[in-house]
Each structure stands twice: as C-alpha cells, then as structure tokens.
Design a binder for this molecule. Sequence first.
Ligand code: FAD
Length: 556
Amino acid sequence: METRYIDSDLLIIGGGSAGCMAAIRALELNPALKVVVFEKGDIKYSGSIARGMDALNIVAIPNFTSPELYLEAISLDCQGVVDAAPSFEMAKRSYALLKKLEGWGVYFPVDKEGRYRTLQYHPKGKFLTAMEEPNLKVMLARRAADKGAVTINRVMGHRLLMDDGRVGGAIGLNVRTGELVVCRADAVILSAGGQARFSLPNSGYLYGTFDYPGNTGDAYVMAFETGAKLTGMEHSRRAMLIKDANMPLLAITITRGGRMLDIFENVLMEWSCHDNRKTDEAFSKGWGPLRIRLSHLPEETIEEIESILFSTERPVQKRFFRNRGVDFRKTDIELWPTEYQLCGGHGMSGAVVNERAETGVPGLYAAGDAACVAKQHLTGAFVFGEIASEQAVDFISANRGARLDREQVRQAEILRDHRFTSNGRQIDVRQLEFKVRRMIGDYVVSPKNDYKLKRWLEWAERFRKEIENEVIVRNGHELSKLYEIDNIVQCGCFSARASIERKESRWGNSHLRTDYPERDDKNYLCHVVLWKGERIQDIQVGKQPVIGLSGKEVHR
Ligand SMILES: Cc1cc2nc3c(=O)[nH]c(=O)nc-3n(C[C@H](O)[C@H](O)[C@H](O)COP(=O)(O)OP(=O)(O)OC[C@H]3O[C@@H](n4cnc5c(N)ncnc54)[C@H](O)[C@@H]3O)c2cc1C
C-alpha cells in the first residue's frame, strides 16, 4: 500500500463541533493558511451534533447572568475540582459566540421583549440558552469548506509526528483501505472528541451509545503519547436517558416542567437536571424504571418538547416513540442508565489545557470533549475551537518549518503491516471489542474498588497481546476497528490508574469507591493527572492543585 503525503500549516484532528469551528477561525485570521482536517467519518454529519442541536448549555448573557456566577455554578457542579481560568474564559466569550452564530443564521428563540429563552441546567444561574437549528452541523461543515479548509474524510488520526519536542503533524489511517496518510503541519489541534465506546450500553449494541460512537478516546491517547498530561480520567460518567435508545431528553423535558419519577411516584427531578443524586439512589434501590412524565404540562409545552425532540435533537425519536405507542400526553417515557463514557464536554476527562487551549507540548492544542474544561458542552467546543486556532496561528507564524521524520512513518507502517493479516489469527475484531467493553463495565467503572481496578490492569495486558497477534484483520475497516480497540483498552487503563489514585468517592456514580465510600476534601480536592513514562503502557500518576481565578491554589 502506498502512503500518502500532504503538507499543511495547521492540522485539525476531528471535524466535529470544535474542529469545524477551529478551521473556520484559523482561516478568518489568516485566509492564506493551509488548513487540513482529518475526519474519521464524513464531516457533514459526524460528531456529537450529527445534525442539529437545541441549546447552547452555557451562555452568560450580559445583565442577566455573568462569568463570575458561572464559575460558582461549575465549581458546585464539579464539587470544587475545576480550574477557574479556562471555564471563566469560556463563559466570558459565550455571548459573543451566540451573536456570531446568530450572524450565521442560527436561530435562538426570543420572547416578546426580545429576551433569549433561558432554562435552568446548572445549580446556579440560567445559562442554558435555547437554540433551534436542525442543520447546525451541515452549516458548520459548509462554512469551513467555503473558507478553504481541506477535509480528508474517513481518515482516523493515529499518531502525532514529533520534531525535536514540538509537534510536526500526524499520521492518519484510512478507515476503509488501511492506507496511511501523513500530514506535516506546524501546529496540530486535537478535537477528536471523548471516549463514547467505553463500557457497553445496556442494549449490547457496540455503537448504540449516547455520545457519537466514532469517538474512541483517540485524542486522549495521541495527546498522552506526545507527553501531554491527562486529567479527570477517573470521572467515568453515565446518564439516565431514553431506555433502549440512549437518546438525550433531560435538558429538554425537565427544564420545561417535565417530572422524573420512580415507581412510587416520588419526584426525583423537576425544572432542573444537574443533580443526579436522587436518580442514582432510586435506581440503585431498584425503584426503576425511572420515568419522565409530561402529561401534566399544557399542550403547547408538550408540542414544543416534541418539536425539539423530533427535529433538532434526533428525528428518529419520532418513529421510535410512535412505534412503541408512546404519546407524551398519556404515556410516561421510560429511562435507563446509559453506558459509561469519558468526556470533557459532559464530564471532566481530557487533556490538560489552560485558558489558551495549550497542552504543554509546543504546537499542540486541544479543544472540545478531547480537553478537560469541565462540563464545557457545546459552548466550550466552539469557544475553545476558536481559542485553539488563535493560539495555533500565532505559533505557526513564529515557528514555521517542522520537519517530517520518515522513521516515525516507517514505524507506523511496520505496525500497520503486522496487524493487517488474518493468517494464523483467530479472534474476530467485534468480539474482542465486546469483551473489552464488557470487562470495562465489570472492573473499571462504579462501583469501583482497588481489587477490581487492578484486575482490569491485568486484563489489559492480555488484551494488548491479543490485539497485536491474534485478531483477524481482513480489510481496512477491520484494521481501523482494531486501532480503536487499542485506544479503548488504553483509556480503560487511564481510568483505572486514575481511579486507584483517587482513594475517596466523589461525583456520585461517576467515581464511587466501595473501599473508600466517603468524600475526602483534605486529600483529594485536587486533580489526578496522568502522563507517559518510558513506554505507552507506563502511566505515571500524580496530583495537581486546583487553581483559582487569582492564579493561586485553592485550599479548603
Ligand atoms: C446527543 C448529544 C446531545 C448534546 N446536546 C447538547 C446541547 O443541547 N447543548 C450543549 O451545549 N451541548 C450538548 N452536547 C454536548 C456537545 O454536543 C459536545 O460537547 C460537543 O459537540 C463536542 O464537540 P467535539 O468537537 O469535541 O466532539 P464531536 O463533535 O463529537 O467531534 C469529534 C469528531 O472527531 C472525529 N474523530 C474521532 N476520532 C477521530 C480520529 N482519531 N481522527 C479523526 N477524527 C476523529 C469524529 O468523527 C467527530 O467528527 C450534546 C452531546 C451529545 C452527544
């Protein structure tokens, strides 16, 4: 197979929300730049947005809320484990972002007085701002293309290229043919999302996940390999969403007056959906299936909810509910916990970045769910997509000429050729993924304890050997699946190592250790960070203080 070579100034890995925004911003700043996007799927419909979205979950609207209030809210939500500067910067830029999107034709509903429709999502302040844009992803992809970004679809970023300590591009893998695509670049933005395929969903379908299933923690692994730090990997999260479909609805129904009930009709959530404690408790006691009830709401509110769920959020929901005979006026919506995921958008996991989206590796930036700006959602993906490009453009103008090292490409070719065979191999790639993710569900996620977490590390060693020598690979597609499983296993190790280090319980079900059931602020009001030792398997672990807005460490 031939390896394809491309030259660029800026390489963006992942053409989702953050990646599209990064491409647009870079070319707004310097239209002469050559911007290349590696996208694992097809940029038109790939990523968490896929088609449309119904809200920007964080907008600090002047004279209504403020970035300062947002900091209070997010600090409560993260139980104190959040650095102030990145979250503050995001909130500060959020209103200008809304105005920019509005200028592009994205619709944000307003009332008769011209006020945006805001809803309660956080413990303080109404930051969630309704948006009605069923074609958001297409709009973004088209704008990036119109500006001149060159997207290479169906190419999975596999390994970053390094040149004497700085980043110098990346090697990608065509997910259909298995060919390598090498892109030299003076700066790279990692925006390949979080880890959606972590534990198995209850349905057992490998791709029936809440988050976009093409996101397999590749960005975390690539960042880690270059020496960037990761954090929050012990925060493995799941949500209570539509049973069997794993589609979201809490922020749409609860914030509009829908009620979450258990089988005894206790109200677990109403008007605000940030606090999962009652939900987790009811489910673990067996008081489920929990349900959302809308029948008490006025017809116009039900119609509003339907119009969002059946258009902007996911059109397939209309058929799903119709075929199951669910009419929101008469029937409750059954909920079930989703699979666990690692994510910097809904969760707190990702590459460590500062308020400039810098990872600490020269020329390497991270944005969106790939980076840890805790619970930054779509607002963060957009704002940090822009910030990453602003920084990258400056970096490129001062640091041109990263050199391509052919030896790094040769190593990637050797690995690819070794894996791309079915001779003497016996394990089907899908079966391996099923087993790996089942074991993650058994050993890595809550309820956690030292024994289970260490068992996973033993299993991971075995999976690694199987990945290298025992999996049947008949085509490029199966090859790319194998690379994804490699990253899923590595993410399982990140999560297990970080969870072993955090000897306390925090964030409800996201980090529940049965051997350390109490929250311990004295020792763990801090970040757990990971970085690479000699080899990729050597995961170094440490603690890092939480930094307040003053730039000083936060202590209790
Ligand atoms: C169902 C759902 C509903 C949501 N609703 C809201 C909401 O209403 N409001 C809100 O504020 N937030 C919402 N969010 C959160 C928000 O959408 C995400 O935080 C945000 O879109 C993440 O953007 P991203 O660019 O980091 O990731 P994504 O948009 O997921 O993009 C990642 C991209 O990287 C690609 N990729 C993955 N691996 C590789 C690789 N190795 N090489 C190349 N490409 C790769 C993927 O194909 C994908 O296109 C929602 C999320 C989900 C999943």
